[in-house]
Design a protein around this ligand. Structure first.
Ligand SMILES: Cc1cc2nc3c(=O)[nH]c(=O)nc-3n(C[C@H](O)[C@H](O)[C@H](O)COP(=O)(O)OP(=O)(O)OC[C@H]3O[C@@H](n4cnc5c(N)ncnc54)[C@H](O)[C@@H]3O)c2cc1C
Length: 500
């Protein structure tokens, strides 16, 4: 059943076994598992349900309908870095590239050795969840026919003998239309609004949309429900109260979860702290290989050769409007660049940053601080240099830097040392944040984290957090599959704890 807050003119006060806040990778995965137990479930989503027939082929309406703050949320540091998140039924999975990775072994080692989480996040149990995710979302390397221009990275990796492979993604019948970021128009991408949310709905879950949870309320120390307001543009929406007989499960994302917990009275010196990310920074190049930037899987090839250097490289396909805004220059020169836009390739560096930031409740929503540090900047420069070298090995005619104060283009590997002279200041580069972690981190010890080994907020036995806020560190790989498996593992534990 679905309840759209926009259409709802009366207040609501209802009770469920579990109330899940957020319908993205984490919330939907928890709902999928709990739905199998026969429990009654409410999934509460602030954004709209956008049917796939309404996925526009233009960027602006897609950003308007599906992105938080239309993509205008910013992390403040020396640079202003956009934070991109989905805010719609299915969360960021509707607008992401569906790349799937498990938590790497070296990350598990840190979680075990530094955070004592071997029992809470046991690799064996999590691998079983990831097996299930891969089966149910049809995770596989991008097929040859959908690769399109992404093959240029294969050429480069073969020539330089680097580890790279077709990207593993969850899709059924990707047509290589480069439109993941505005919602897959073919229903091929296995986002949560097409998979786990309908699964839960068919088993009785109620999906609330346009419904923003404002706080969790408590009764004698136990979380007994959530209250909020239906979102109604231009007017004050109706209030809703959703009572939880068993538990409240927060899965609002690493940016929204800490604020919601704080507004609900949760106090911990770690709440909102330790914010970690994989800042992404693109590099562009001009090819003459007949490929086309907007034909091919949104992300089709990635290189994990440099894990020890804390970066990963990915090819990106973009619709023309998004590609144009990345192109430096003005006037005639810029128009000339636009004319050859189809020949451009965009590859992204995904940095496993050392920097830790902070998320607080600001006047107009989350106030996010994040500043890549000196070690991150060193790794970024190396990553950009490697990317440029790969571009040339793959057949690029020119590499376009987009770094303030540096030459606009370089034309051969003889000029690669330009990256060694590139600035230390993050403000000179273009960035994006979309992999977000750590703001309510898990620790068995209350003095070191916000949630305990059962995913419950320390001191609140039936208020759980299951999104990547609880991750003690970032991963160095794309997080969706990790988040899903961990949320499913959490949900199984929660169901066991509240069996009776
Ligand atoms: C453009 C883009 C591309 C990406 N590509 C990939 C990729 O290919 N592979 C990968 O592994 N990862 C990718 N990611 C990251 C991945 O999508 C996220 O890490 C993942 O979706 C996070 O899951 P989540 O459930 O924590 O948050 P989300 O999926 O963001 O969902 C959180 C949901 O909670 C809702 N919410 C928040 N606060 C409230 C509230 N108070 N009341 C009600 N609802 C609320 C939000 O509206 C949102 O819908 C990408 C992200 C973006 C933005």
């Amino acid at each position: 059943m679905r309840v759209d807050g926009l259409q709802h003119s009366t207040a609501i006060d209802e009770a469920y076994d579990y109330v899940i806040v957020g319908s993205g990778a984490a919330g939907a995965s928890a709902a999928r598992v709990l739905a199998d137990t026969g429990a009654s479930i409410a999934v509460v989503e602030e954004g709209p349900a956008v049917p796939r027939t309404h996925f526009p082929d233009k960027v602006w309406p897609a950003f308007h309908n599906m992105l938080r703050n239309m993509g205008g949320l910013i992390a403040r540091g020396r640079a202003f870095i956009p934070i991109i998140q989905g805010s719609c039924l299915g969360g960021s999975t509707v607008i992401n590239s569906a790349i799937m990775w498990r938590v790497p072994d070296d990350v598990f080692d840190v979680w075990r050795d530094e955070f004592g989480l071997q029992a809470a996040l046991p690799p064996d149990a999590l691998h079983r969840q990831w097996d299930r995710v891969e089966r149910e979302l049809n995770v596989h390397p991008v097929f040859e026919e959908a690769l399109g221009h992404n093959v240029s990275m294969r050429r480069a990796a073969e020539r330089l003998n680097l580890s790279a492979a077709p990207t593993r993604r969850g899709d059924r019948g990707c047509q290589g239309s480069a439109r993941c970021l505005t919602g897959c128009p073919h229903g091929a991408k296995q986002s949560m609004h097409l998979t786990y949310l309908p699964y839960a709905e068919e088993r009785g879950a109620t999906l609330f949309t346009h419904a923003k949870v404002e706080r969790v309320f408590f009764d004698l120390g136990r979380a007994s429900g959530v209250s909020g307001r239906f979102q109604s543009p231009g007017q004050k929406g109706r209030n809703f109260i959703l009572r939880a007989r068993k538990a409240v499960i927060v899965a609002a994302s690493a940016i929204q979860t800490p604020g919601l917990l704080h507004k609900s009275g949760v106090r911990s010196k770690h709440l909102g702290k330790h914010f970690q990310a994989h800042p992404g920074s693109p590099l562009m190049a001009v090819f003459d290989d007949g490929g086309n930037l907007w034909k091919g899987a949104t992300q089709g090839f990635d290189a994990d050769e440099y894990r020890a250097d804390r970066f990963k490289l990915e090819t990106i396909s973009l619709p023309p409007e998004l590609a144009f805004v990345r192109m430096p220059g003005t006037g005639r020169a810029w128009m000339h660049s636009m004319a050859e836009m189809a020949n451009i390739r965009v590859w992204g560096v995904q940095l496993r940053a050392f920097a830790e930031g902070e998320v607080r409740n600001g006047l107009f929503g989350p106030d996010v601080r994040f500043d890549p540090n000196a070690r991150d900047m060193r790794n970024l420069r190396k990553a950009l240099r490697v990317t440029a070298e790969m571009f040339f090995a793959g057949g690029a005619r020119e590499v376009i830097l987009s770094i303030h104060g540096m030459p606009e283009r370089i034309r051969s590997v003889d000029e690669l040392d330009v990256f060694d002279r590139a600035p230390d200041n993050p403000a000179a580069y273009s960035w994006i944040l979309s992999h977000l972690f750590g703001t309510a981190r898990m620790s068995v010890n209350r003095s070191k984290g916000v949630v305990d080994e059962h995913f419950a907020v320390h001191g609140s036995p039936n208020l759980y957090v299951v999104d990547s806020s609880i991750f003690p560190t970032n991963l160095g790989v794309n997080p969706q599959q990790a988040i899903m498996g961990i949320a499913m593992h959490a949900a199984e534990n929660i169901a066991r704890r509240h069996e009776h």
